[in-house]
Design a protein around this ligand. Structure first.
Ligand code: HEM
Length: 460
């Protein structure tokens, strides 16, 4: 195999936006209005109706997912739920804010991420089948490993996890450092306010994951655009307009991947994607599985870590003494990153579906019941974390958080995310010790993920 110089290794961090590339849309089947409407209706329209009805009746899950006023601070709703108990009913099934119950559900083999479609009403089954479209499939739809159970999950996970072992991640540290330094060099020139998300927090993870996967880093602005659209599809109840925009982005991403896989089949390199594309027949992924796996790795690789970096800067700006203490004793950054993940978790919500024989907190749960797991609430459970709303980078058990989930779907990229968090924030604090948030940071209009869309700062 030919070894292509990795762009980050050669420190090619361009500061200007990449020139537009063609094609931007899928060469395959284009948007088909009827299918798109049906896809939207079954995946977003119907959940929106249920959640809105629930929200009007005061259901906390409905409010968390649909009520604009809970977006900034879902924490009050989490506490309301906690007051009702470890498990309570919600619009979509059951819901838990409890660390103990969340850990139990995420680790139990009687709960899965898949669900039995054959048990769904006929109309829903028809809609899922009619609306199915490989060119528009998102990261929260099968065969993405995030939403498939064993044995398929085991098969996909085994193929990718080799690239994320502690040793593989440690070997990547110099790349993360060089990438962060190059981005910070480019920031030196700014005298006035600058958006730290656009110029740093989003750039670092996208450049690192593109390098790791061997996809061209000069397409990063495309990846960021597509990733933002893909991230929106994690929230149930998207409006039709937002869904259509997301679907267009997903089609463009699939089209890029199709071309990229074809190129790697002709000229394989030494990266994870080349390996996945060139698997021997007995291990080979189908084309659809390949798209789902690489799309998830690429999207998950930056859509979450950008939030860790942004949330961290805002928290440390609000707790200046802790920022200063970390500058004086940089060994504390590992613990600080755990506390940021706990206190303002980049992924707030996930869920599981009960299989036959499932129990929860000692009670039987009907098969097919959806359990919404509020990771952000579990990470503020006072039974595990003393004075949980307090932000304290020295908290001894911060690492007990569930920000990376638990059980078989535990985040594959957790080690890489931690490395990017520590290197990214430490390098930022060393280069710009007087950095201050200037102006109001604006949250992303997302519920499952939690982070900032824009983060104005003064660097000097
Ligand atoms: C701060 C950054 C990150 C956070 C908070 C995060 C969080 C999570 C969570 C909560 C899950 C599991 C969801 C569930 O159980 O339903 C997950 C899964 C996953 N994450 Fe991450 N993640 C981060 C960074 C990354 C990175 C850098 C990658 C790199 C490729 C990555 C790749 C994945 C993949 C592939 C899965 C699916 C694992 C499976 O289903 O077995 N994540 N992540």
């Amino acid at each position: 195999m030919r070894r292509r110089p990795r762009r980050c290794e050669t420190a090619q961090v361009e500061t200007t936006k990449a020139a537009p590339h063609t094609p931007r849309s899928a060469p395959g089947p284009g948007l088909r209005p009827a299918r798109t409407v049906v896809r939207w209706a079954v995946r977003h329209g119907l959940p929106a109706v249920l959640l809105d009805r629930g929200a009007r009746r005061g259901d906390p899950v409905g409010r968390l997912l649909r009520d604009r006023s809970t977006r900034e601070a879902p924490f009050a709703v989490y506490e309301e739920l906690r007051a009702r108990g470890a498990v309570s009913p919600g619009s979509l099934g059951l819901v838990t804010p409890s660390h103990t119950v969340a850990s139990e559900v995420l680790r139990a083999d009687r709960f899965g991420v898949g669900w039995d479609r054959s048990a769904a009403p006929r109309l829903i089954r028809w809609a899922l089948e009619f609306g199915d479209d490989p060119s528009a499939t998102g990261v929260a739809e099968p065969p993405s490993m995030l939403v498939v159970d064993p044995p398929d999950h085991t098969r996909f996970r085994r193929l990718v996890s080799r690239a994320f072992t502690p040793r593989a991640v440690a070997a990547f540290e110099p790349v993360v450092e060089r990438t962060a330094d190059a981005l910070l060099d480019a920031l030196e020139v700014h005298d006035g306010p600058v958006d730290l998300v656009e110029t740093y927090a989003a750039q670092l993870p996208v450049l690192v994951i593109a390098d790791l996967l061997g996809v061209p880093t000069d397409r990063r602005e495309d990846f960021l655009r597509w990733g933002a659209a893909a991230a929106a599809t994690l929230d149930p109840g998207l409006s039709f307009r937002r869904y259509v925009a997301a679907e267009r982005a997903l089609r463009a991403m699939h089209a890029f991947l199709r071309e990229h896989f074809a190129r790697l089949r002709r000229e394989p390199e030494e990266d994870l994607v080349s390996r996945l594309v060139g698997l021997p027949d007995d291990e080979a992924l189908t084309e659809r599985e390949l798209h789902a796996t690489v799309m998830l790795l690429l999207g998950a690789g930056f859509e979450t870590t950008v939030n860790l970096l942004g949330n961290g800067v805002v928290l440390l700006d609000a707790h200046r003494e802790q920022w200063n203490a970390l500058r004086a004793a940089p060994a504390g950054w590992d613990g600080a990153v755990e506390e940021i993940l706990r206190h303002d978790s980049p992924v707030q919500i996930t869920g599981r579906t009960a299989k036959p024989g499932a129990t929860l907190a000692g009670r039987e749960v009907r098969p097919g019941t959806r359990v919404t797991v509020l990771l952000g609430a579990a990470n503020r459970d006072p039974e595990v974390f003393a004075d949980p709303a307090r932000f304290d980078v020295g908290r001894a058990n911060a690492r007990d958080h569930l920000a990376f989930s638990a059980g078989i779907h535990y985040c594959v990229g957790a080690g890489l995310a931690r490395l990017e968090g520590v290197v990214g924030l430490r390098a930022l604090s060393e280069r710009f010790p007087h950095l201050r948030v200037s102006g109001r940071p604006v949250r992303r209009d997302l519920r499952t993920l939690r982070g900032y869309e824009t983060l104005p700062v003064h660097l000097h």
